[in-house]
Write a protein that binds this ligand. Structure first.
Ligand code: UGA
Length: 450
């Protein structure tokens, strides 16, 4: 093994590319294996394949540091598997990319010598690293895993929108080692990467590491569904406001402030898929998961609360123009995978409304899903022009800058439904405003009637 070790990242999707450039920008010799030729070319030309803050700058720096994407697996000391694990129809995860990456990697290691380490970063159900990846790598490489070749499950916790930051400053490292030596090798690498900012480390078995990742996402989703459930009650209790309730419980450090922002529900490429996979793991083990069921159930109905609010304020939505601000599943990303905006738009269209939408980054991706069903505006002001109602779906910072004047001078009907609590209702006097988790009795009081 060279010092510092050389790295190959297997799969340049979200986690793979962000991980690759984070390592390469710190001076490590990194290459990326990717089977999609178009992606390889685009990355090597310095253009990231998706939007993520800081990514373009880091990619440029990485390419200068010798990072290269390739359809071949470049020999390295440490291989990180970062391929996708999409949902199957039954809710379980499809391991075809894990299998093919393990196969390709095993093949490429057949004639190599020296001690190598393989790190499973993809989110995989318990047992996958040892029972699926290890036998394939072993069979294809002719090397004994745990002896000639190390294998560690090391789940990734980066968030879209802050992926680079999370990758460079993680709060913990979960090292699921099959044997001590592999864990030591990976920790040595992380020691060189993070130096005096070494995060907290938990060393455990691969199965526990795999479970930690699922339990982590499921717990956070439960926290959000919980506050969304409380928000729904707040809306019915005169004078109640979920923001205040969330602040009040969040200061209890046993609960914590994070992930208590009530909204129209959670989406994205990870939580929905991971919760379905976890649910399948429970079912397959014959264990009930009522909390998981409730977390998913709350999330199923949550987006439609916004449509209900629009109907309450406007009556029949048939023929009404509704502006939807925000299409990505959260701010600072162009990702619309399982975004709740798509479900809200679907429901609005079913009600006969005409939708005009705007998002600072996700227009192209939304267009691929929604096609000609809605109108695409080039700015938030254009989206609200002549609208009967404006629904805030994603808390992009630029939406918060829209002031009462923008609404007054552009909208036909002054109705704002704030799905993300972007506005201070006291500054929207004269407008009809409804928000997640805010009782309208209070709104009436603040706005002085109407
Ligand atoms: C999530 C986890 O936070 C990461 O740790 C994990 O690595 C990642 O999944 C993954 O498994 O790959 P991400 O999907 O990027 O990251 O998004 P989050 O920031 O966790 O948000 C998830 C959803 O919950 C979003 O739709 C967001 O709008 C919503 N949310 C989040 C709320 O509605 N309220 C909150 O208080 C927090």
């Amino acid at each position: 093994m060279t010092n510092p070790p050389s790295i190959t990242i297997m799969g340049l999707g979200y986690v793979g590319l962000c991980t690759a450039v984070s390592f390469a920008s710190k001076g490590f010799r990194v290459s990326g294996y990717e089977i999609d030729e178009g992606k390889v070319e685009q990355i090597n030309s310095g253009k990231a394949t998706f939007f993520e803050p800081q990514l373009d700058t880091l990619l440029e720096r990485s390419l200068r540091n010798g990072f290269v994407a390739s359809r071949k697996i470049m020999p390295a000391d440490i291989y990180f598997i970062t391929v996708g694990t999409p949902s199957k129809a039954d809710g379980g995860i499809d391991l075809k990319y894990v299998r093919s990456a393990s196969h390709d990697l095993g093949r490429s290691l057949r004639n190599s010598d020296g001690c190598r380490l393989v790190v499973m970063k993809s989110t995989v159900t318990p047992g996958t690293t040892e029972k699926v990846a290890a036998p394939i790598i072993q069979a294809e490489s002719g090397k004994a895993v745990g002896k000639d070749l190390g294998l560690v499950a090391n789940p990734e916790f980066l968030r879209e929108g802050s992926a680079i930051e999370d990758s460079l400053k993680p709060d913990r490292l979960i090292i699921g080692e099959m044997e001590r030596k592999s864990g030591d090798t990976l920790l040595n690498f992380y020691g060189t990467l993070y130096r005096n900012r070494m995060p907290e480390v938990l060393r455990t078995t691969p199965v526990n590491a795999e479970l930690i990742k699922y339990a982590n996402n499921a717990f956070l989703a439960t926290k959000v569904s919980f506050i969304n459930m409380i928000a729904n009650l707040c809306q019915k209790v005169p004078g109640a406001d979920v923001e205040v309730v969330a602040r009040g419980i969040g200061v209890d450090n046993r609960i914590g402030m994070a992930f208590l922002r009530a909204g129209p529900g959670w989406g994205g490429s990870c939580w929905p898929k991971d919760l379905r996979a976890l649910k399948t793991a429970f079912s397959e083990s014959g264990v009930e998961a009522p909390i998981l069921d409730a977390t998913m159930e709350v999330n199923e109905s949550q987006p439609f609360r916004l449509v209900e609010a629009a109907k309450e304020l406007l009556g029949d939505l048939k023929g009404k123009r509704v502006a939807v601000l925000g299409l990505s599943f959260k701010p600072d990303t162009d990702d619309v995978r399982e975004a709740v905006s798509l479900r809200v738009i679907g429901a609005l269209l079913d009600e006969g409304a005409k939708v005009s939408a705007y998002d600072p980054a996700a227009m192209e991706n939304a267009r691929k899903v929604l096609g000609g069903k809605i109108a695409y505006a080039s700015s938030s002001v254009e989206a609200i022009k002549d609208a009967d109602c404006c629904i805030i779906m994603t808390e992009w910072s630029e939406f918060g800058k829209l002031g009462p004047e923008d609404f007054r001078s552009n909208m036909k009907n002054l109705v704002v439904i704030d799905g993300r609590r972007v506005y201070d209702p006291s500054k929207l006097s004269g407008m009809r405003y409804a928000a997640i988790g805010l009782n309208r009795t209070q709104e009436t009081r603040i706005l002085g009637g109407g």
